[in-house]
Design a binder for this molecule. Sequence first.
Ligand code: BGC
Length: 871
Amino acid sequence: MLSLYDLTCEHEESPLGLALKTPRFSWKLRSDTANTLQAAYRLQIFCEKNLPETGNDAADSTDKTVLWDSGLISSDASVLVKCGLPVLEPETQYTWQVNVNDNQDRTAVGMGSFETGLGNWESPIGKWITGDAAGVPTADLASPLLRKSFTIEKTVTRARLYVTAQGVYEVSLNGKRVGEDYMTPGWTSYLNRIQYQTFDITASLLAGENAMGASFGNGWFTSTLGWQDNREIYGKERAILAELHLSYADGSTEVIATDESWKSHDGPTLCSEIYHGETYDARLEVCGWDKAGLADADWQPVRTVQPVVTKLIPQEGESVRIHEMLKPVEVITTPDGDTVLDFGQNITGFVRFTVDGPEGATLTLEHAEVFDKDGNFYLGNMRSAKNLIHYTLKGKGPETWNPKFTFQGFRLVRIKTENLTWAAEQFTACVLHSEMRTSASFTCARPLVNQLYKNIIWGQKGNFLDVPTDCPQRDERLGWTGDAQAFVRTACTNMDAARFFTKWLHDLSADQLPDGGVPFVIPDVFAGKPDQAHSSAAWGDAATICPWTVYRCYNEKELLEEQFPSMKKWVDWITAQGGDGLWNIGFHFGDWLGLDAKPDSYIGATPTDLIATAFYAYSTQLLLQAAAVLGYREEIAAYEPLHQKIVDRFRAEFVTPNGRLAAPTQTGHVLALHFDLLKEADRPRAIKDLAKLVEDNDTSLTTGFVGTPYLCHVLTRFGRHDLAGKLLLREKYPSWLYPVTKGATTIWEHWDGIKEDGSFWSADMNSFNHYAYGAIGDWLFQVVAGIDMDAAVPAYKKIIVRPQPFDGMPHAEASLETPYGTVRSSWTVTDDAFKLSLDIPANTTATVFLPGKADHEAIEIGSGNGQSFTV
Ligand code: BGC
């Protein structure tokens, strides 16, 4: 039997509010026989009013209903297949149908739908409104309540609410919160583009009077961002824009929009800041404020605001939502006498609680990641971020609340109350992150490595809250480019992060300097500061590494095409620095936090000009690979000689005539080998020297942000897989497992965030949720479990299976939900045999390289579950 599943349009199942561009469709084949490949497909698009009957074979549909029909195309394409509809209409629902024939003469059909949004919402009917007093700094402002009541007199067939804000907003209708998204409209390069959300609220409307409520907090728009009391970066006015588009059964339509007819009232949220938390006084709640029938005569008129944001785009990224809900595992009284809830897991999100007490009783929550060495609640590493929740009870029975416009990074919560008793079960930690589907799992014979993998996943959850942040707790939470490029491949393996990175990369292009320089953080909160440097090696290279990786993992050719100008501008910017093939000037973060740094320095010992030139070569190589995929011949002709020149100059500058790498550091050797910068003849010496550098250092690493992601890959690729295995399994500091032995539940910023004696590495740079070193995750998948893809074909269409056991690792098992379906690899080494079991999804093939066998003995296989191999 053949069937289709996971039918998506633009990576989403039944998207609402889609951009007005030619959409792409994906489907997966499920087959109960081996070696299934798609032989042909037929894609058809229908408009709303002319739906084909469900399950109808497309061939039976009348031509009248079809807006576009690809006809039967002999092709195995099933991932992001573009339809030919040139222009989509706004606010229109479409259905699509795909018919697939396979290589075993079977057919299958699948259907999906999508609905367009307002396009770029260029001329809103609504006005931007606020309830804030004019001229008051936003740090001192409470969140106003805004409301509008309206009457529905006819039958509504469709109601869509389009909303955005300068700030972060929450909207409610007839007393109920609209949607499940938090921190909307998300964080983008606001001065260039801001997202709006689309909500289907048809079912929530009432016949007769309805009321809509809206409120907002500072969000990223006006909160302090960065560590220099840098606030109101994008503007000084918080405001909201909303339009409710109603379609009636009689064919008429109506728009109810934000305008001067809305009313405003003081609200209970007294302040909210990204870093500092939220203060809420429930006594100030206005009962029924967002319901029909409120006597609102004492409400004030709203003020219209001239927005600083001019380009309104439909939501591009994933929605931020609540995922896991965790209960405290322990209530701890510290030596200092504090009462602390331990949620058992370092997370990003907020605490929801239900309390019952007298009017005016208070509850204060402070958030921390760890205890200090004496077991006391530790806030030093939060720097200036207060992470403080202060709640005052209204005292009319049990009240349930959580913050609305902020989030915290924490495992521990210190509770202080006045006039209130409580129990641990009244508190729940709600985990917030971008809605990326988890697409992978990994387990092996070593429990500490399994915990490391869990920590990598939690590091991703904690730091993928709308943008890829460095950390979620202290006064940063910024889209550091270097961290993102280090982790991107692991991120795209762990979860479906295509939309998440698409949005962020569009912001990278938007914030890229006119001359091609790349800001340190995206969105660029330091833009326009005259003394603000930009474009560090390995940070700015996110401009090439991230789009290339997203293309490889998801077949995102369109993103590659969109980002190509940005990739090119970045390489050209480096060239324009005038190093004639070297990149040897400017500020660089170097091998950030490398353990071979001088005392009191964050920058590892590898010379920054070596790192910079190596990344210059790598970015140029990725630009060339992208040009080849996109068929850009002129660019290939132009950049091939540049790449060769950089490689030649690298060799002349950093390799001695006898083939020794002049920089005796692990990271120097790792980069030279990983980016293919050495002559073939010089590689054996380089790997030997690298191995010696590792072995002479008590078989441990010294690498920082730049070298660490590639260290094990290089050792494995050049014949020292044994040493890579030893590095992975090392439990003493420094190693990936050392933090695990110290009870880490996320990835730490520093190899020794907590030292053996329980003291801290430092107070000011010591995050316990920093994903960068979690980049070992892609080595666990590609090398240990052995699931990778062919270098020439994206998205696991041609799977490479090459499991590589090592001493102390007798078993590993991983599964990965690829764009074609699930790949699973499970292997075990016993005394006399290596046994491998594989699931290979339909419409893919795999090449299996078995341990101890030469490459020419690789086995070509087709799809099918439970395929087994023994050596
Ligand atoms: C961040 C890093 C970042 C770095 C720049 C730090 O403050 O937390 O992760 O990449 O600055 O080197």
